[in-house]
Design a protein around this ligand. Structure first.
Ligand code: SIN
Length: 402
C-alpha cells in the first residue's frame, strides 16, 4: 500500500467528495451544512464534463409531457435494457431538482416567465431546460459560487486521488497526490463523482481530466464494474484536422431546431434509416454515419443548419456560432463537417437507488455510477438530470447516517 501519512491529530472529514462536475458539486451542496466536507478535484473546479454540456437538462416541465412519456423515451432509447424502477426514480424527481436550480438562481432561458424547452434526439416532446448552448457552464458557475460561500466545504483543487483507504471492511479516507506530495485525508464516507472514460479514446468530447480514475479507485478497493463496454459515441462532434484528442461538440439541440445530416452528395441519409431522421437516437445516428464513412471512404459527414437565420442561430447557439466562425465556418451558409466520437459511458460502479456501492461508506453518483437508468444507450440530456437526482439522494442518505 502507498505510504500515506495521516497526521494523528488531524480531524476527520464527515464526507469526502471526489469530482467537481454536477454530481459532486450537487452532492456537496445538499449535504447538511453542519457536516465537514472535503471536495477534491484533479484540476480547477470548472474542469468537468458537466461544464462542457451544451444541450441542457431533460425533465417533465410542460403540459404536453408526462412522466410516462419521459420514461418511455428513456427506455426505448436504452433498448429496454434500463432498470425501469431507477428510470422512474430519475424522471419523477426531475422537476423538483429543476425548481431547486431555479431557486438557486440558475439563469435558465425563460419566455414570458416560462422555461424555454429544447428538443434533442429521441425525445417525443420539447423537455430540455437550457441556458443557450452553454447550459453546463452556466449551471456549474452558479453552483461553484455557492460552494465557495459554504463555510463547511473545503475545496482541494489540482489533487489526484490515488487510493480509497479502508479500515477493516469500511472506508476510512483517501490517499492523494497534490503538488508532487502524497497526503491522506480521513473520512468514513467517500463519494465518487469522477465522471467517465472519454480521454481513454483517441477522440472525445470529454474534458482533459476525464481518464476513468473513479473506476480504477473502485476496482483497487475491491469492487466489480458493470457494462464497461457500453460507450456512447456522440454523432456530431466538429471534424477538425489536428492531433488534439478533444473535439468540439455541435449540440444535438441544433438538430432539435431543424438542422439535418447530409453525406458528401448532399443526400439527407437519415430519412431512409429511422422515422425520426436526423433526430434518431444517438447510437442509430452514429452507426449510420460510421457505415457511410466506411462505404464512401470519407472522414466526416455534414450538418446542414442553413435553414436557420444568422440572427436566430447566433442567439440560440452563441458558443457554437462563435467557435465555428473562429475557424472560418459560417454555420448559416456552410455545411459543418461532423464526425462521431466518444462521449459517455453507460456502465460503471454498481449502486443502489441512494448511490450506495457494495463497500460500506463508499458512494458513487453521476457518470461513474451504474444506476442503469440509461440501458444500452443514454437519452440526450438525461445525464445532468442523473447527476442532480442521484447526487441529491446520495446526500440524503449520508445526512440520515450522520
Ligand atoms: C448535446 O448537447 O448534444 C449533448 C447533450 C448530452 O450529451 O446529453
Amino acid at each position: 500500500m502507498f505510504p500515506y501519512k495521516i497526521e494523528a491529530d488531524e480531524a476527520p472529514f464527515d464526507v469526502i467528495v471526489i469530482g467537481s462536475g454536477l454530481a459532486g458539486v450537487y452532492t456537496a451542496l445538499n449535504l447538511d451544512e453542519k457536516s465537514r466536507v472535503l471536495l477534491v478535484c484533479k484540476k480547477s473546479l470548472l474542469n468537468s464534463n458537466s461544464s462542457l454540456a451544451q444541450g441542457g437538462i431533460a425533465a417533465v416541465l410542460s403540459k404536453e409531457d408526462s412522466y410516462d412519456l419521459h420514461v418511455a423515451d428513456t427506455m426505448k432509447t436504452g433498448h429496454y435494457e434500463n432498470d425501469e424502477m431507477m428510470v422512474r426514480c430519475l424522471v419523477e424527481n426531475g422537476p423538483k431538482e429543476i425548481s431547486q436550480l431555479l431557486a438557486w438562481q440558475v439563469p435558465f432561458d425563460l419566455e414570458g416567465g416560462e422555461l424555454c424547452l429544447a428538443r434533442e434526439g429521441a425525445h417525443s416532446v420539447r423537455r430540455i431546460a437550457r441556458c443557450g448552448d452553454h447550459t453546463g457552464r452556466t449551471v456549474m458557475e452558479t453552483l461553484i459560487e455557492k460552494i465557495q460561500d459554504r463555510a463547511n466545504i473545503t475545496v482541494l483543487e489540482y489533487t489526484t486521488v490515488t487510493d480509497i483507504l479502508m479500515t477493516g471492511d469500511r472506508v476510512s479516507g483517501v490517499g492523494c497526490i497534490n503538488d508532487n506530495k502524497i497526503a491522506a485525508y480521513k473520512s468514513r464516507r467517500v463519494v465518487l463523482a469522477t465522471g467517465g472514460v472519454g480521454q481513454l479514446f483517441r477522440h472525445t468530447t470529454n474534458d482533459e481530466t476525464i481518464t476513468g480514475d473513479g473506476f480504477s479507485l473502485a476496482q483497487k478497493a475491491g469492487l466489480t464494474l458493470e457494462r464497461m463496454d457500453a460507450v456512447q459515441f456522440h454523432p456530431t462532434a466538429l471534424f477538425e484536422r489536428g492531433t488534439s484528442s478533444k473535439r468540439f461538440l455541435i449540440s444535438e439541440a441544433v438538430r432539435g431546431e431543424g438542422a439535418v445530416l447530409r453525406d458528401y452528395e448532399g443526400h439527407e441519409f437519415m430519412t431512409g434509416i429511422h422515422e425520426m431522421g436526423s433526430l434518431a437516437p444517438r447510437d442509430i445516428v452514429t452507426g449510420a454515419i460510421n457505415r457511410l464513412l466506411l462505404a464512401q471512404e470519407k472522414a466526416h459527414v455534414f450538418l446542414d443548419a442553413t435553414t436557420m437565420t444568422k440572427d436566430f442561430f447566433s442567439k440560440r447557439f452563441p458558443t457554437i456560432y462563435q467557435y465555428c466562425s473562429s475557424i472560418g465556418i459560417d454555420v448559416t451558409q456552410d455545411y459543418v463537417p461532423v464526425v462521431p466520437c466518444a462521449h459517455y459511458l453507460m456502465g460503471g460502479i454498481p449502486v443502489d437507488d441512494f448511490g450506495r456501492t457494495a463497500l460500506e461508506g463508499l458512494y458513487a453518483c453521476g457518470e461513474v455510477a451504474y444506476t442503469n437508468v440509461h440501458g444500452a444507450n443514454r437519452l440526450a440530456s438525461n445525464s445532468l438530470l442523473e447527476c442532480l437526482v442521484f447526487g441529491k439522494r446520495v446526500a440524503e442518505a449520508i445526512n440520515k447516517e450522520l
